[in-house]
Design a protein around this ligand. Sequence first.
Ligand code: A2P
Length: 317
Amino acid sequence: MQRLRFKNNDTMPALGLGTWKSNPNEVYQAVIDAVKTGYRHIDCAPIYGNEAEIGKALSKLINDGTVRREELWITSKLWNNAHAADAVLPALKKTLEDLQLDYLDLFLVHWPVAVKPDVILPEKGSDMLSLDEIPISETWKGMEKCVNEGLAKHIGVSNFSISKLKDLISQATIKPEMNQIELHPFLQQNEMLDYCKDENIFLTAYAPLGSRDRMQAMKGADEPSLLENKVIVDIAIAHGKSPAQVLIKWALQRDTAVIPKSVNAKRIKQNFEAEDFQLTDDAMQRIADLDQHFRLVSGSFWTVGDSPYTLENLWDE
Ligand code: A2P
C-alpha cells in the first residue's frame, strides 16, 4: 500500500475512501466493505452529514477485531461556522463523538471561509464572516490546541491557495501538513504540487473521478466528463483497467493522496485495485496534456449576495 510519510514518521495510506455525498443510509455498509477490502484511510467531514453512521461502522470493525484503531487513518474537517479560536476544539469533540474515536489522525480547516456560528450553508451575505473578522491565524490557534490536547495527530487545510498557505505558514506554530484540494486531469494544479513538495505539505485529491453525483445546482450544463474522456478511456483499454482506476492511479503516481467516493461494493474494490498497476510515461504525458484548469467545485456558494468572498479572493487567481 502506497503511504505518505509525515515528519514524525506517521504514515498515511495514500488511497482512502471518500464519503462526501455518501448517504447516511449507505455509508455504514460502504465503510464496512472498504475496510474489509483493505482500505485503511477514510476521509470524513461533519458537513457530509454522515459521521455518526461512519462512527457506527468504525466501532463495529474495531470491536469485532477486523481492524485495530492504530491501523486506520481517519481524517475529518472543521466546518466554516466554527472558525473562532475557542469554537474549534468543541467542534472536533463533536466529530470525535460521532465517529466514536478518541483522536483523529488528521484534522483540516475545510474552507478558508467563515460563516456565523448558527449558519450551516449561507443564503445571504450577512450569513458570512470575513477573514478580517475571523482571520485564519485565529482559527489555526484552535487547530494547534487540538494537537496539543492530543485529539488530532496532524493538522492541515483544504481548498487553500498557495498565497493563503504562505500566509498561514508565516504565522503558524505548527505548520500545516496537508492541503486537500480538487485535483484531477482537468485541474492538475502543477504550481501547487511544486510549492507543496518544496514546503513538505502533502496534497489530497478530492473529486478525483469528477464527482458526477454532486447535487444538480453544483453542476455546470457543459461540464466535461472525466470518466468518459476519450484519452482516459483509451489509456484504460490499453492498460486493461477501468477509467476510474486510471484516474486514481494518476493521482497516486503524482505522489498525492486520493479519496474516490463510492458506496458500491464492486466499485469500492475496483478503486482499491487501482494500486496494482503502473501507468506508462506515455500515458502520464497524455493525461498531463488534458489540463484545462476546470473547477468542478467552483466555490460560488460562498459568494452569495453581498458576501465578502468572491471567486477571485477565494482562489487568489
Ligand atoms: P458510486 O458511489 O455509486 O460508486 P468522486 O470521488 O470524484 O466524488 O466521484 C464519486 C462518483 O463516482 C460517485 O457517483 C460514484 O458512484 C462514482 N464512482 C465511484 N467509483 C467508480 C468507478 N470505479 N467507476 C465509475 N464510477 C464510480
